[in-house]
Write a protein that binds this ligand. Structure first.
Ligand code: ZN
Length: 113
């Protein structure tokens, strides 16, 4: 619980309080913890699972790009930037997806070939 201030009168309240104890003003509903579909954020790059790190994505590109589709479908790929963990930009995701799809098509053609 963190300290917050009433939106009505500035009274000190906790951030989980729904209504101010002093003036009764309704407060912002506290954010629900990690609802589905919300991108996960990692505090440290070490906390990112190996298969969501950028170098792993690069390895996938080189050796088994269909895995990229699965990784991207289930979440983001992260990189370390200025000491902070950031997801790769949208265009990079699209490029990786295209690479994954193309290689699946290539494999299918090879199998049917
Ligand atoms: Zn108040």
């Amino acid at each position: 619980m963190a300290i917050a201030f009433c939106r009505g009168c500035g009274n000190e309240i906790t951030d989980t309080t729904r209504f101010c104890s002093k003036c009764g003003a309704p407060q912002a509903v506290p954010p629900v913890a990690a609802s589905p579909g919300t991108p996960v954020s990692y505090a440290r790059y070490d906390d990112v699972p190996v298969f969501r790190k950028r170098w792993f994505a690069v390895l996938c590109c080189l050796f088994f790009s269909p895995a990229l589709l699965f990784i991207l479908y289930t979440g983001d790929i992260y990189l370390e930037k200025d000491g902070k963990v950031t997801p790769i930009p949208q265009y990079a995701k699209i490029i990786l997806m295209v690479v994954g799809v193309l290689s699946i098509i290539r494999i299918l053609f090879a199998l049917l070939g």
